[in-house]
Write a protein that binds this ligand. Structure first.
Ligand SMILES: C[S@@+](CC[C@H](N)C(=O)[O-])C[C@H]1O[C@@H](n2cnc3c(N)ncnc32)[C@H](O)[C@@H]1O
Length: 294
């Protein structure tokens, strides 16, 4: 019996997901180990629709992605033109993040954020919303004119963060490092933000450079994080931040991000103010921030 269009879309999607998962495992673990590698699926859905314009089933994800990108760009513009009072307001930033969105994902701990924050495409900030906003409010008190983010994936949280920092420091240079280019709508966001794409690259290519702010969210193994810290993190003039300080799904990678943050925190305790933003009851994700004391 022939597949219905829906069934055949599902089986194609399942195949793509399996293929993508194999590719991801073959290189490095870059995706939160949850049920499906749906990031890759989104990129494939986009390619497929370009090839087959008449297939309405496959048009849907593409249309949703375009809508989500458009609202994302509008939010960036809103942040860049907001008042001094708004940029210091938690409610304003949470409202902006709700309109910007977090990516659609079937992750158990994501469900809580569905109603207000979840996009229909895989574009959005891969961040627990209140955790991310509280982190941004603390970080943005600091004078940051040069920034580098290691591990940007689709750029979802990068663009939002760059907008907040640029609103406070219009001359900021925000560098993006990743081993592969999976950015979504880079050119559309670059029209408004001072982004510098250094992809493909790793922290090795910038070893010893002193940026004001360094965000580490690339290779989640213990050695990978420590390497990024040694190459760039320890040279940060103002602040270093780490994603997944409670990412126990990486524990099998020599202790992963949890162990590396523990060690780096110890290292920085006397010289830095340490903050941890952790809003998930089951200890997941989490952002660590170390701000240099004067
Ligand atoms: C969890 S994702 C980053 C998510 C992103 N920061 C966000 O909030 O949306 C990890 C990213 O790190 C990249 N990556 C893995 N190993 C890396 C390395 N050694 N150097 C730079 N990027 C790396 C992957 O390609 C992937 O895009």
């Amino acid at each position: 019996m022939n597949d219905t269009p829906q069934k055949s879309l599902l089986s194609r999607t399942a195949k793509r997901t399996r293929d993508a998962a194999r590719v991801v495992r073959g290189t490095r673990e870059v995706i939160k180990p949850e049920p499906q590698d749906t990031h890759a699926e989104d990129a494939n859905a986009q390619e497929d629709t370009t090839m087959d314009q008449n297939n309405t089933d496959q048009d849907k994800p593409r249309l949703d992605l375009e809508k989500d990108i458009q609202s994302g760009v509008e939010v960036v513009k809103r942040i860049l033109s907001c008042t001094d009072e708004q940029i210091r307001s938690r409610a304003f930033l949470l409202g902006c993040l709700a309109d910007y969105g977090i990516p659609f994902q079937p992750w158990h701990d994501w469900v809580r954020w569905t109603d207000r924050f979840m996009n229909t495409s895989h574009f959005g900030a891969v961040q627990i919303p209140t955790e991310f906003v509280d982190f941004l409010m603390t970080l943005s008190r600091e004078p940051i004119e040069t920034a580098v983010e290691i591990g940007v994936l689709h750029g979802g949280s990068t663009y939002f963060k760059a907008a907040v920092l640029q609103r406070l420091n219009p001359n900021i240079e925000y560098n993006l490092i990743d081993i592969e280019d999976n950015l979504i709508a880079y050119d559309a966001f670059k029209e408004h933000l001072n982004l510098i794409k250094n992809i493909p690259n790793t922290s090795d290519d910038f070893a010893g450079q002193a940026f004001d702010y360094v965000f580490i969210d690339g290779d989640h193994s213990y050695h990978g994080v420590m390497k990024d810290y040694v190459n760039l993190g320890r040279h940060a003039k103002v602040a270093i931040a780490f994603h997944d300080i409670h990412g126990h799904e990486y524990d099998h990678l020599d202790g992963g991000t949890v162990s590396s943050w523990d060690h780096i925190k110890d290292q920085c305790l006397l010289s830095h103010a340490i903050y941890e933003f952790a809003h998930n009851q089951r200890r997941w994700m989490g952002i660590g921030l170390a701000v240099k004391k004067n």
